[in-house]
Design a protein around this ligand. Structure first.
Ligand code: AR6
Length: 169
């Protein structure tokens, strides 16, 4: 079974084989984790994303899916971009959020990545409640069959860290 670790900090400073980006369907950048990854990783990542839009993902990357690019100047080999669902009180989109974690691990397996760093997908600009986001993240990673040896959740602040720590118990 995959080993899960929790770190409080900035995902762009992690030394994992692959770092997961909480992207949007355009793949062309944004705020939060996405902005930080493109800033720290440099223009090579955006160039690779533009190539993806010009080839396989003309309409963008659908919610719940994942795709890899170079990590540019980051201390990782790959960035795996995934698109989380926007939180909705009316509609249960949990399966799409779980799919982000599953699909990212599937892409990591294809790449041969052994260590993967994830942010708390959808819990920022997309508004997903942190406790529920943490539950889905931990449950899904635990239930996914993968050759990845270590998944590190990189939580930006103390509140996010505590929410994930509570789910680990
Ligand atoms: N390292 C680790 N975690 C971070 C960092 C960082 N550098 N920066 C923010 N977080 P978000 P989403 C936390 O908004 O909710 C973008 O514009 C943050 O506190 O990055 O999936 C995209 O282009 C929160 O807990 O992603 C999309 O349009 C978590 O990471 C949209 O935002 C995710 O917050 C995606 O929204």
């Amino acid at each position: 079974m995959v080993r899960i670790t929790l770190v409080q900090g900035d995902i762009t400073r992690q030394h994992a084989d692959a770092i997961v980006n909480a992207a949007n369907s355009s793949l062309l950048g944004g705020g939060g984790v996405d902005g930080a990854i493109h800033r720290a990783g440099g223009p090579e990542i955006l160039d690779a994303c533009r190539d993806l839009r010009a080839s396989h993902y003309g309409k963008g990357l659908p919610t719940g899916r994942a795709v890899a690019t170079t990590a540019g100047r980051l201390q990782a080999r790959w960035v795996i971009h995934t698109v989380g669902p926007v939180w909705s009180a009316e509609e249960d989109r949990s399966e799409l959020l779980a799919s982000c974690y599953r699909e990212s691990l599937r892409v990591a397996d294809e790449l041969g990545a052994r260590t993967v760093a994830f942010p708390a997908i959808s819990t920022g600009i997309y508004g997903w409640p942190m406790e529920d986001g943490a539950r889905i993240a931990i449950e899904t990673v635990r239930q996914t069959e993968t050759s990845v040896e270590e998944v590190g959740f990189v939580l930006f602040d103390g509140r996010a860290y505590e929410a994930f720590a509570a789910q680990m118990e």
